[in-house]
Structures are given as structure tokens and as C-alpha cells.
Design a protein around this ligand. Structure first.
Ligand code: GLY
Length: 465
């Protein structure tokens, strides 16, 4: 094992202890059982549904743990692999074979799950891992056939006698980060020269867009913890704090409640920074008269929340801030009223939710030069959330029951140092929608009331000292 990985594994318990020590006295939500998994039958049904759509074997690889060598890296599974297996350890692979394979001469089972052999040396650093030789490995993984990863090449060569095509994750020109798909596509080519690879991501992505009841439950837990964090931030924001202090409190609430990580780098921007869509340097002091935009979400058992609130640093919006805020809120309410099966997140088409938000923003208020405000709505209306914060699948697919998306209009006017985004997480139902973030106030009056009560409590505490 490489030194950087050893170091990372060795320091992890220290980092966890540090989090625990800083939180024990905090009156936070009841911690959830971290890292829940759906029943094995759910993952099995997904695999059956996927392979039934395809005419050739499916071969997917989990992450190896070598994708990131940073000392702060903690392993999280490749999301498509996790979606089909619920397995969150390094070095696994999945082979699915269509039901007609036996007629083509395939003598093996229709599903094989591959795991690395046990390594006592690695386990000294990483703790126990599942291995194909474990007596209860079928029960733990939910697969009837679990074999050593080293058997995979021979199975692939055997299948290549009958199949000239295979479905896997293929690389794309716009791939960023570690080239997982490219690396494993090269491995397949080497193991089965001449086999034609097709990309299975569109089929898996389409499935991932419709959430199972178990996924909705996990997403709800991520969202609830993120709502708690947003409420705590609303109560805390005041001039004289740094952006990073607000983010730190929110991250603490996620982690203490059982989130394994943040869904994305926390965005807390005060004043001009509120107009920078993904501002994450978090280095500025909050000043009286600023608005503070907080786009922060936790990831619970693999599933991501994504929530934004914008609040006045002093506890009261100025007249202009209030005007802009209420235009964004009006746009969001107009979008919510149209959120139902058949609506689309994209910019075009008769059912476009983006167009509803844009038209609302562009027909209310004006900038200092009298121009309409549509030009200051500089991003999309929303996206799917799930195992990734911008979840897989066709972003323009009409909404269907079971989809879970964000609704996040915004106006960003740098010359006035006002950026406002209001972002909520919405489950599409057969007749409309359910606002999963409903517990988190959105109106000016509610936000000011919460901030004002928090200020009174702070003042009382400091006068008692
Ligand atoms: N909330 C971060 C993003 O959607 O990119």
C-alpha cells in the first residue's frame, strides 16, 4: 500500500475523534444510524431491471480506493456501482449476464459479484473487509455467487466467445477527475480484445432518476439534517463572523447527525460573494448591510441534500434586498405551482419550469439602469439529486412521480453586491409535488422573525455573563 494511503487511513480516527470532541456539548438533532443500506432485494431488482433492457452482458467496476491520494480522502463508492450493489468497499466488480446466455454456451450464473481476496496486511490499516471466502458473504452482499476478483478475466474471455458486445461505463470527452471509465475500458480491451463496449450510463441514469421508497427515506434524512443546519445558520448569522464559521457550524450539524460527508463544498458568501454562484473560499468577514447566501447540504448514507437560503447579515433586509428577495421567492412559488409530472427543468419547450422562473424574474423589478432582471438569473432552474448532487440521467426528461429535484431560481447583481438564491428539494408526486424542505422558512417575515429571536437570545446570554 502506498504511503499516502497509509497516512490517510491512519489519521482518519484522529479526525473523527476531533469532530466528536468538538460536538459533545452541542444540543443538536438525535444522531441517525450512519451508513444505512437498502435491503439486498432492492439492489437485486435494479440489476434484473437493467439487464432485461440490454442484449449483452454488463460489467461494472467499483472504485479501487486509488482514485484520490489526498490524506483527507475517505472512500466512497462509484455511484452507479453503489446503486446496483449497495456495496461500499474497494476493488469490487459486477458481472450480469442476460437470461439467454445459457443457449449461447455460457455455463456460469447470471450474476457474479467479485471481491478482492483478504489481505491481513491491508486490514491492519483499514479494518476488516468483506472477502469472497467469508462464510456469510452471500448474505452480506446479497449475491448468490461471489468470487475472487482474479477470476474475472477468465469469465470475460469465456463470455467473449458468445458475445461480441458488452455494456459498461465508457469514457466521455468531458470526463473530469480520476479516469475510472477510461482505465477499466482499457482493462476490458486487454482481457477481451475486439469486444465492442457500449455505455450503460444512460440506462442506469434513467433508472436512478426515479427514486425507490428507500432512497426517498435516505434523501429525506439528508434533507432533514441539512434543514437543521440551515436553521442553525439563520440563528447564528451576524456581522463580525467569518463565512467559514457559519459553514463550520453547518458541517458540524451534518456530521454529528450521521452524514458521512458534505454533498458538495459548502458555499457561504457574504456581500459581493453572494453573487458568485459556487463561492467556496469562505474567507470574508460578514458586514452589517450584507446579504449572506448559504448553499450547503449534507450527504447521508450516500444520498445528497442541496439547499440554499439567503439571509440579511443584520437580521433585517434593506428595502432593495427585500425587493430582490421577494422577486426570487415569487419566481420559486410560480415554479412550485407548476411542478408536476410532465413539466421540464430545461430552458426550452412549452412545459419549461426554467421559463416560468425566468419570465417572472424578467417581468418584475429592474436594475439600476432600468433593465429587466432576467439577465441576472445566470444558471439553470434545478437538477436531480440522489447519489450525486447533480444526479445522473437526462436533465431534460419530463418530470415523473418519484423524481427528486431542486427548484432554485436566483438573482445575482454584483454592482449592488446582492445575490439571492432560494433552493428547495422537491419530490414529484402523481398529482404535483411534495416540498421536502417545507420545515425551512422561505419568506422574508419568517426569516427575520427567526433571526430577531436569535438576536434577543444572544443579547440575553451576553448580559448574563
Ligand atoms: N448547490 C450546488 C450546486 O447545485 O451546484
Amino acid at each position: 500500500m502506498r504511503e499516502a494511503v497509509r497516512l490517510r487511513r491512519a489519521i482518519r480516527p484522529i479526525a473523527v475523534l476531533a469532530v466528536v470532541l468538538t460536538t459533545v456539548s452541542a444540543p443538536l438533532v438525535v444522531p441517525l444510524a450512519a451508513r444505512e443500506r437498502e435491503p439486498s432485494s432492492v439492489y437485486a431488482d435494479r440489476r434484473a431491471h437493467l439487464v432485461a433492457q440490454l442484449n449483452a452482458p454488463v460489467l461494472l467496476f467499483g472504485y479501487t480506493g486509488r482514485e484520490n491520494s489526498s490524506p483527507s480522502y475517505v472512500f466512497l463508492q462509484e455511484p452507479n456501482f453503489y446503486y446496483l450493489t449497495g456495496h461500499n468497499e474497494e476493488g469490487a466488480a459486477l458481472l450480469l449476464v442476460p437470461s439467454g446466455a445459457a443457449e449461447k454456451g455460457w455455463k456460469g450464473p447470471n450474476e457474479i459479484f467479485f471481491l478482492p481476496l483478504r489481505s491481513p496486511e491491508e486490514e491492519k490499516w483499514n479494518g476488516p473487509r468483506m472477502a469472497p471466502t467469508d462464510a456469510d458473504v452471500q448474505k452480506k452482499t446479497g449475491f448468490a455467487t461471489v468470487e475472487a476478483f482474479s477470476n474475472l478475466k477468465a469469465h470475460l474471455a469465456d463470455l467473449a466467445q458468445s458475445y461480441h458486445e458488452i455494456w459498461t461505463l465508457t469514457s466521455h470527452a468531458d470526463d473530469t477527475g480520476y479516469p475510472h471509465a477510461r482505465e477499466w475500458s482499457a482493462w476490458i480491451t486487454q482481457a477481451a480484445p475486439g469486444i465492442v463496449m457500449h455505455d450503460t450510463l444512460p440506462a442506469i441514469g434513467a433508472m436512478r432518476q426515479i427514486k425507490s421508497p428507500g432512497e426517498i427515506a435516505l434523501l429525506t434524512k439528508a434533507i432533514e439534517l441539512s434543514v437543521d443546519a440551515q436553521l442553525a445558520a439563520m440563528r447564528m448569522v451576524q456581522p463580525g463572523l467569518y463565512e467559514y464559521q457559519v459553514a463550520a457550524r453547518m458541517v458540524e450539524i451534518h456530521a454529528y447527525g450521521g452524514c458521512e460527508t458534505e454533498a458538495y463544498a459548502p458555499i457561504v458568501g457574504t456581500g459581493l460573494h453572494s453573487t458568485i454562484l459556487h463561492f467556496n473560499e469562505l474567507d470574508a468577514l460578514i458586514q452589517d448591510g450584507d446579504v449572506v447566501l448559504m448553499d450547503v447540504g449534507g450527504q447521508y448514507s450516500g444520498y445528497t441534500a442541496d439547499i440554499t437560503r439567503t439571509v440579511p447579515a443584520s437580521g433585517h433586509f434593506t428595502a432593495r434586498q427585500r425587493e430582490i428577495y421577494e422577486i426570487v421567492l415569487g419566481a420559486q412559488n410560480a415554479v412550485l405551482a407548476a411542478m408536476k409530472p410532465g413539466a421540464t427543468l430545461g430552458r426550452q419547450g412549452a412545459n419549461s419550469l426554467f421559463k416560468i422562473a425566468y419570465d417572472y424574474i424578467n417581468s418584475h423589478g429592474a436594475d439600476r439602469d432600468g433593465h429587466n432582471l432576467g439577465r441576472y438569473f445566470t444558471h439553470g432552474l434545478g437538477h436531480h439529486i440522489g447519489l450525486e448532487v447533480h444526479d445522473a440521467g437526462d436533465a431534460n426528461r419530463p418530470l415523473e412521480p418519484g423524481m427528486l429535484v431542486t427548484a432554485e431560481p436566483g438573482i445575482y447583481i454584483p454592482e449592488e453586491k446582492i445575490g439571492v438564491r432560494i433552493e428547495d428539494d422537491v419530490l414529484i408526486t402523481p398529482t404535483g409535488y411534495k416540498l421536502l424542505t417545507a420545515r425551512l422558512p422561505r419568506s422574508v417575515d419568517e426569516i427575520e422573525k427567526i433571526m430577531s429571536a436569535a438576536k434577543v437570545a444572544r443579547d440575553e446570554r451576553s448580559s448574563e455573563r
